[in-house]
Design a protein around this ligand. Structure first.
Ligand code: ADP
Length: 496
């Protein structure tokens, strides 16, 4: 169904290293499904290119071979398969799978091996993704019958793409599509030895500080930031933060010099997936009218599933997160005594840093009536935490956009967040605006500030009317992709 088109439809090639539901490690996986879907719903002609990893070896639906390239130095043989009509009918965009057995046929995480280490050939793997995207764009291999007007790359795995587009076009004299490059997380930069340049078809001219060289290494992220026509970051606050230390991670000056070409567009969430009224993964569905009963049933179910006492009078705090220093899990562990003092319960779902996993397991073992932890990736449980917790914890040290705080608002589960990046842009604090508030935010990224916010949240939770207000305000907010997709279309149009 076409919702609306403001102007003629655009041909957009969206390039990504991961896309839910096929393969997802974090927020980028969600965005990579939802944004192309929303763009297609606005009437645009969208194709999404991603590698055919192990799980995608047999493409979903009936694959149709689009292009095949024999090995040609420095690239191995590769082909692109259109995953077929079923995907197009369901999502509105075409899924193109980049097929190269020696680079992608590996199970599990798209970036890491079974020991949790980066694949040794990640530079080659993601350079090939960028190369294939540039080639599909009609340059230099000639028409494939479809030419994007805009090529949209995401994060460091697509960092070489804008430069390749430029470089290839210069070689042929052909017009090139416009390029937009989105920063989802600047902390991951894709740094590799400069010596790999010939193998990646990276021109010598890039290997200097004015190009993509970064402290003696080749930075895929820097290449994207340097050469894309337009840059976006995944929230307005994050777009400002990355122009300064410390969140610029050494690229702040480049970003500040490109401030005129850098904008922040807040991600949306997918209401088809994250909606308590239709969610089939939770114990009881609910909406604004059935909020109290729905939350109570989901809370009890979550407590049961996690082996905690079914205590309606204990505030249940939930957290779903990659377990890394970024996410501030250690701050929560630090404030455990306060949680226990308040009689609260804590459920954590996550995986990541083994030391943090171990500390969480120890906390659960030491306080089995109050703390329950599931280490691993569990989509259903993530939904159940959103639905069953009273409040959601997201004390991230930095957070480019963050999705969980938006999910939790949609589920009537007020978030407690550090006011950074997208958290600052999407959560209204109770003190800041009692009438429109949706949660709690705190300024400093330390355990003390988190503790104060926890105390405020607990006090508010004890006042049913105040709490219900927070819940209802959150549930009424529109975090759908439509508004964000329109902002991207606006950005694309400035380029075409
Ligand atoms: P990031 O992309 O930095 O990991 P976001 O909040 O933007 O953080 O997105 C995280 C996404 O991954 C959310 O959809 C969240 O529910 C999901 N997620 C993270 N860890 C887990 C887990 N252990 N199990 C299930 N889902 C998870």
């Amino acid at each position: 169904m076409l919702l609306h088109t403001d102007g003629p439809p655009l041909r957009i090639l969206f390039v990504t290293p991961e896309c839910a539901p096929w393969i997802k490690t974090g927020g980028l996986g969600d965005v990579s499904l939802a944004l192309p879907r929303a763009l297609a719903a606005l009437g645009h002609d969208v194709k999404l290119l991603m590698p055919a990893y192990g799980e995608l070896r047999t493409p979903p639906g009936e694959g149709r071979l689009l292009v095949r390239h024999a090995a040609a130095h420095p690239w191995p043989a590769w082909q692109v398969v259109d995953a077929g009509d079923a995907v197009r009918e369901e999502h509105g965009f075409s899924l193109l799978l980049l097929d190269c057995p020696e680079r992608y046929y590996r199970p599990g995480n798209p970036y890491l091996d079974e020991h949790g280490r980066d694949h040794a050939d990640n530079a080659q793997r993601f350079a090939l993704l960028a190369h294939a995207a540039a080639s599909l764009s009609g340059i230099p291999q000639g028409p494939q019958g479809w030419h994007p007007q805009v090529v949209h790359g995401n994060d460091w795995p697509c960092g070489l793409l804008p430069g390749y587009l430029d470089h290839y076009a210069r070689g042929t004299g052909l017009p090139r599509p416009a390029s937009l490059f989105t920063v989802h997380n600047l902390a991951f930069q894709g740094l590799f030895p400069l010596e790999l340049a010939p193998e990646l078809a990276v021109p010598q001219a890039w290997l200097q500080p004015q190009g993509a060289e970064f402290w003696g290494q080749l930075s895929f992220m820097k290449a994207g930031l340097r050469f894309a026509d337009l840059l976006t970051a995944v929230s307005p606050t994050y777009a400002r933060e990355i122009q300064l230390e410390p969140l610029g991670f050494g690229l702040q000056d480049l970003l500040a010099s490109r401030a005129g070409s850098l904008q922040g567009i807040l991600n949306g969430i997918d209401p088809a997936v994250w909606n308590p009224a239709t969610d089939t993964l939770i114990a009881r569905r609910y909406d604004l009218d059935t909020l109290d009963a729905g939350k109570a049933a989901n809370k009890a179910a979550l407590q049961r599933r996690m082996g905690l006492p079914e205590a309606p009078t204990s505030m249940l705090l939930g957290m779903v997160s990659r377990l890394t220093e970024q996410k501030g899990v250690d701050l929560v562990l630090d404030r455990l005594p306060l949680l226990l003092e308040l009689g609260a319960q804590l459920v954590v779902l996550g995986s990541g840093d083994p030391a943090l996993e171990q500390r969480l397991r120890e906390a659960a073992a030491a306080h089995p009536l109050h703390v329950a932890v599931k280490i691993g990736f569990d989509e259903a449980l993530a939904h159940q935490v959103e639905a069953g917790a009273d409040a959601f914890l997201m004390p991230s040290r930095f957070e480019p956009c963050g999705l969980n705080q938006m999910y939790s608002q949609a589920y009537g589960t007020p978030p407690i967040v550090h006011a950074t990046g997208g958290l600052a842009d999407s959560v209204v604090d109770l003190e800041e605006s009692p009438r429109t508030a949706t949660g709690f935010s705190f300024g400093a990224d330390d355990a003390e500030a988190l503790g104060q916010a926890l105390q405020r949240a607990h006090a508010a939770w004890l006042q049913p009317q105040t709490w219900r207000n927070l819940q209802r305000n959150g549930m009424r907010r529109d975090f759908s992709w439509q508004a964000s997709a329109r902002a991207y279309v606006h950005a694309y149009r400035t380029l075409t």
